[in-house]
Design a protein around this ligand. Structure first.
Ligand code: ATP
Ligand code: MG
Length: 269
């Protein structure tokens, strides 16, 4: 594979570097073809939120971490894109919160599962659930391969983090009573609107912040964590993210010159 060197001063350097990670994950079989398309959809929404972690996302991150830390049995679901973009950080978050990692693939291929296993292990993961050599339980209502869950993982979890998730599966997880946290740049996706906590941010920026928050909040008393979770309003959180997009588009549409001056990012600051 040809690796592309992106010049330091390129206006879309960070975005292009993230894209390179996904392409690399595709060439090593972690990422499915549909994963490339999902990434592009995420990029479009990242433009709209200014490619930065906004206040609504920071608040949702704190709530997500509080929910993971106060859960009886939290689990983190990993797919190809998550593994290609943030392998080290997802392993760190799993360790700090005590939430095991479970591989869950929409487009299952043994080759993909093996590639993801390899990448997570080299990122430091000790135990990984959901692999096909383990016994599996079925989520009723789901028809795809992802209906299989690990009885020691998502099967018995009370809180699940499902980043970059498909809407069918999120609905199914809600139907069987799970508290669902997601990371999704599109606040209008079915996953975003069915989840209990939606972090509208790029997983690349969000995961390091989650790891940092989890280390800080690890000593927070249990009843305080529960209060943080109870006081959260995800509909307001989603509405705030849409308001930001609306305001940014309103400002930019009045002065397209802002875009030429490379002020697309942080135009509301
Ligand atoms: P849904 O099935 O929830 O209605 P969808 O079919 O549009 O949504 P999927 O491909 O099923 O989308 O799920 C992937 C989701 O992940 C999309 O909403 C996409 O915007 C989001 N996404 C992609 N890349 C990233 C990223 N790097 N960070 C955060 N979210 C991302
Ligand atoms: Mg979908």
């Amino acid at each position: 594979m040809v690796e592309i060197e992106i010049p330091e001063n390129h206006p879309r350097k960070v975005s292009l570097e993230i894209r390179e990670k996904i392409i690399k994950g595709y060439s090593t079989h972690e990422v499915a073809t549909a994963g490339l398309l999902a990434h592009g959809r995420g990029e479009a929404f990242d433009y709209l939120i200014g490619e930065k972690t906004n206040d609504f996302a920071k608040q949702a991150i704190a709530v997500a971490v509080a929910a993971l830390l106060s859960a009886h049995h939290p689990v983190i679901s990993v797919n190809g894109n998550v593994c290609a973009l943030v392998p080290e950080e997802i392993v760190q978050l799993s360790e700090i919160t005590g939430a095991p990692l479970e591989i869950n693939l929409f487009y299952y291929r043994k080759e993909r599962e093996d590639a993801i296993l390899r990448a997570l292990k080299s990122a430091g993961a000790k135990e990984i659930l959901g692999t096909h050599d383990k016994p599996s339980e079925i989520i009723p209502e789901l028809k795809s391969n992802r209906r299989k869950v690990d009885p020691n993982g998502i099967g018995s979890a009370d809180v699940v983090l499902v980043p970059l998730e498909d809407g069918d599966r999120t609905e199914a997880l809600k139907a069987i009573g799970k508290y669902v946290i997601t990371i999704d740049l599109n606040p209008m996706s079915r996953t975003a609107v069915y989840s209990d906590v939606t972090i509208v941010d790029n997983i690349i920026r969000c995961l390091p912040l989650m790891v940092e928050r989890a280390s800080e909040m690890k000593i927070t008393p249990h009843d305080e964590l529960l209060k943080i979770v109870e006081n959260f309003d995800n509909e307001k959180n989603l509405a705030d993210s849409m308001e930001l997009m609306k305001t940014r588009l309103g400002d930019l549409s009045k002065d397209i010159g802002l875009l030429r001056q490379k002020k697309l990012l942080g135009a509301n600051e």
